[in-house]
Design a protein around this ligand. Sequence first.
Ligand SMILES: NC(=O)c1ccc[n+]([C@@H]2O[C@H](COP(=O)([O-])OP(=O)(O)OC[C@H]3O[C@@H](n4cnc5c(N)ncnc54)[C@H](O)[C@@H]3O)[C@@H](O)[C@H]2O)c1
Length: 280
Amino acid sequence: MILTETRERRALSRILEAVARFRKENVVERTRQFQDKVAVITGSGAGIGKSIALLLASSGCRGIVINDIDGKKAEQTAKRVRSLGSEAKVVVADISTPEGAQQTIAAASQEWTRLDCLVNNAGICRRGNIWDEPEDQFLKTMYINLYSTFLCLKYASQIMKRQKSGSIVNISSTAGITGGTMGPSYGATKGAIIALSKHAARSLAKFNIRVNCVAPGYIDTKLMRDVFQEKKQRTARWDIVPLGRLGKTEEVANAVVFLLSDNASFVTGDVMLVSGGRTS
Ligand SMILES: NC(=O)c1ccc[n+]([C@@H]2O[C@H](COP(=O)([O-])OP(=O)(O)OC[C@H]3O[C@@H](n4cnc5c(N)ncnc54)[C@H](O)[C@@H]3O)[C@@H](O)[C@H]2O)c1
């Protein structure tokens, strides 16, 4: 009886050792992926952008530029990033202006002399109908969602072209494919982001720069809670999502970090949906 217990214990400890070895090897592998890499993430003070920053930091990214229009939120993300072992530089700027975008992109090369990864994430969403969408709301959404993406793509590609390497992910939305249930400006900007990304992917491929999109469905963030203020409005979304729930920001971050990484070395000009089956 004692012998059997000892044997079982030995077998158990061998299994536990193997699990620990597997975990260690995988953590090291993930950590190596972004070693020496420098990233810029727009709108990373909260929500999806914040989760991307934290996942990149825990994947060993050397330096991350945390851009947000809200300085307090950006500082909070930077603090978490540093606690995970990466360096962080906060740039408080409106990414929809040429000055703000230039300042944000330049921060990477000023701090770390390079730029490997860019995530165009900052965005806003307003509800409305085609017949009553205020003109200024349409333009504001175009500026923050689309023009900012163009500006950052432009300035970042100038640096990445010289390096002859880089990976860019632009955050679109399922609304960019379906037209969406939000305001007309939202789906229009998110659809245009897909076209802009495909254009950029074609023209930057010869410089070894990849450009992809991630199109999230309903994800539980402040943006989502602002649009659907009542809980019952949010839970009503579950019915139109085959997986029957809202997505988590970490689930979007996993897709973004995959596309940024060398694991996606033959993927460019593509759109990855993270929507719980929303468009199926
Ligand atoms: N949450 C969803 O359900 C969902 C679905 C599809 C796509 N998206 C997209 O994901 C991206 C992130 O959304 P989220 O849900 O995390 O939103 P969020 O509101 O939680 O976070 C967005 C962040 O961007 C910042 N920001 C806004 N305007 C800015 C500007 N002009 N300059 C710099 N920073 C600015 C905000 O301060 C905020 O910290 C957006 O592009 C959004 O359209 C979200």
